[in-house]
Design a protein around this ligand. Structure first.
Ligand code: G
Ligand code: G
Ligand code: NA
Ligand code: MN
Length: 250
């Protein structure tokens, strides 16, 4: 694969970039955190989206050094935010299964001085699918460090509900497929309402993804959803767009 060859050099050549998208508290409508979303500034192809290269990175194992770069960069970035907002970082199953993950995180926390309480890792059900005993042990160790764990894209898998019982997630991110027709479709409202009620029962925070319209936000608020993410409050953008660098007066 042509991209796979280029990807091998992307970290060393400084071609990876982190964009961030706000995570918004429904009650206050404040941006209380950001999700780090990876982009690849390819020399000839332009800005490449993660769905085009993350699968290649996972197959080739390049996700390990790339993921390490993401963790270090995202921690360093978040450490500069004066509002103390949280940073959410996506972890693929390959990363969770790799022995380097915990040392890298411990190291990056020490180097940046970032409070672990401001860090959240997002995993998908695939992390719990294979080799789940070992992976659950890794998630438990992450909890011991004081970071939070969110279950991403909730509702898209085959056995979503059983996964809720396998690990005490701090947050459930409800997939945007349930949000797009929320204001108009009663079935989606029923599903989202039930997921929020279940999460509350389990003591887990809820975040709805892909919120684009005020109607969707109103419906989610009525159902007691705690957080939202989506174009209504902001797209994934370079971090300077949300945290402008101050001019230094000399
Ligand atoms: O940014 P975009 O909305 O196109 O993201 C698409 C998908 O790519 C997201 O669902 C996310 O799971 C994945 N992704 C984005 N950044 C990272 C990253 O740093 N690491 C991993 N493993 N996946 C990521
Ligand atoms: O896999 P994950 O859910 O982490 O990735 C989020 C994806 O959803 C990214 O590709 C991002 O660009 C996209 N996204 C974020 N907010 C919105 C939104 O409000 N509407 C739509 N359609 N997509 C969104
Ligand atoms: Na995510
Ligand atoms: Mn998601």
């Amino acid at each position: 694969h042509a991209l796979a060859l280029d990807l091998r050099h992307a970290v060393a050549r400084g071609e990876l970039r982190l964009f961030i998208q706000p995570l918004v508290d429904v009650a206050s409508e404040a941006k209380t955190g950001y999700e780090a979303l990876l982009r690849w500034q390819h020399p000839t192809r332009g800005l490449v989206a993660p769905d085009q290269f993350i699968p290649i990175a996972e197959e080739t194992g390049l996700i390990v050094p790339i993921g390490e770069w993401v963790i270090r960069s995202a921690f360093a970035e978040a450490a500069t935010w004066e509002g103390g907002e949280t940073i959410a970082i996506n972890l693929s199953a390959v990363q969770v299964g790799h022995a380097n993950l915990l040392p890298v995180i411990v190291n990056a926390l020490a180097e940046t001085g970032l409070d672990p309480a401001r860090v959240e890792f997002e995993i998908t059900e695939s992390v719990l699918l294979d080799n789940s005993e070992t992976n659950i042990e890794v998630l438990n160790r992450l909890h011991t460090l004081g970071v939070k764990i969110a279950l991403d894209d909730f509702g898209t898998g085959y056995a979503s509900l059983t996964y809720l019982l396998t690990f005490p997630f701090d947050k459930i991110k409800i997939d945007r497929r349930f949000i797009s027709d929320l204001a108009t479709r009663e079935e989606s409202q029923a599903i989202v309402g039930a997921v929020i009620a279940l999460a509350n029962q389990l003591g887990m925070c809820t975040l709805a993804e892909g919120v684009e319209e005020q109607d969707q936000l109103d419906t989610l608020r009525r159902h007691g959803c705690r957080m939202v993410q989506g174009w209504l409050f902001g797209k994934a953008l370079p971090s300077e767009e949300y945290h402008p660098r101050r001019e230094i007066a000399l």
